[in-house]
Design a binder for this molecule. Structure first.
Ligand code: BG6
Ligand code: MG
Length: 219
């Protein structure tokens, strides 16, 4: 049986539905640049840092821009995102998250955040969730974006646990890849995440116990 000591949550698309705001903001920027940007492109960009996401869009449009312009475009994307995420509140915590966190706390399982976003702390504050976390690692603390495992390894290190003692919750292909390459067990939330040890359409109604049952054959 997995000796579970910590769970590490991705933020956007797992704890809160801000992934749609990232999509809308990138879409608006891509439209302005005349680059086609689809839901499929967005799926590939989930979990990917701001700078790497911009590079992806520029590459798709065969655009070569100087670094000052890239910085301006990233600031613009972030302003669009912040505007959309402005009204985020504790009502926006996705269904199933709070009961799962309660169960973790009651079972002495630590709770960590492993997000690529530099806005993660601000969003957690808006959700009124910050105090629930034993460790928060976000886009400000890492040099390599998912699919590199750095963000999860740093969160595990901060909680004094090994990857094998952690379960990661992810909605992004890049995030599932990051967790697997770091040696973590991973639960995928949403479609197209078959590489994860278990996947669910939503965490609503799930318990750690039920997840363990599902994971049992892979442990
Ligand atoms: C991830 C999102 O959590 O954070 C990505 O899934 C986003 O869509 C990335 O690009 C970086 O976010 P931010 O807020 O630092 O631009
Ligand atoms: Mg995500």
């Amino acid at each position: 049986m997995l000796n579970l000591k910590a769970c590490i949550f991705d933020l956007d698309g797992v704890i809160v539905d801000t992934a749609r705001h990232h999509f809308a903001a990138w879409k608006e920027l891509a439209d302005e640049l005349g680059v086609p940007f689809t839901e499929n492109d967005n799926d590939r960009l989930k979990g990917v840092s701001r700078v790497d996401s911009l590079e992806y869009i520029l590459q798709k449009g065969n655009l070569i821009l100087d670094s000052a312009t890239k910085i301006r475009l990233m600031a613009r994307k972030n302003a669009l995102y912040l505007n959309l995420a402005e009204g985020t509140s504790s009502n926006d915590v996705l269904a199933g998250i709070l009961p799962l966190m309660d169960e973790m706390a009651a079972s002495n399982v630590q709770i960590g955040l492993g997000s690529s976003s530099k806005n993660a702390r601000m969003i957690l504050d808006k959700l009124n969730l910050t105090s629930r976390f034993n460790a928060i690692v976000d886009g400000n603390n890492i040099t390599l974006s998912k699919p590199d495992p750095e963000v999860f390894l740093k969160a595990a290190y901060a909680m004094n646990v090994t990857p094998g003692e952690c379960l990661v919750f992810e909605d992004a292909q890049s995030g599932v890849e990051a967790a697997l390459s770091g040696g973590f067990m991973v639960v995928g939330v949403g479609d197209g995440l078959e590489a994860a040890h278990a996947t669910y359409a939503s965490l609503n109604g799930l318990t750690l116990k039920a997840i363990f049952k599902q994971l049992a054959p892979s442990i």
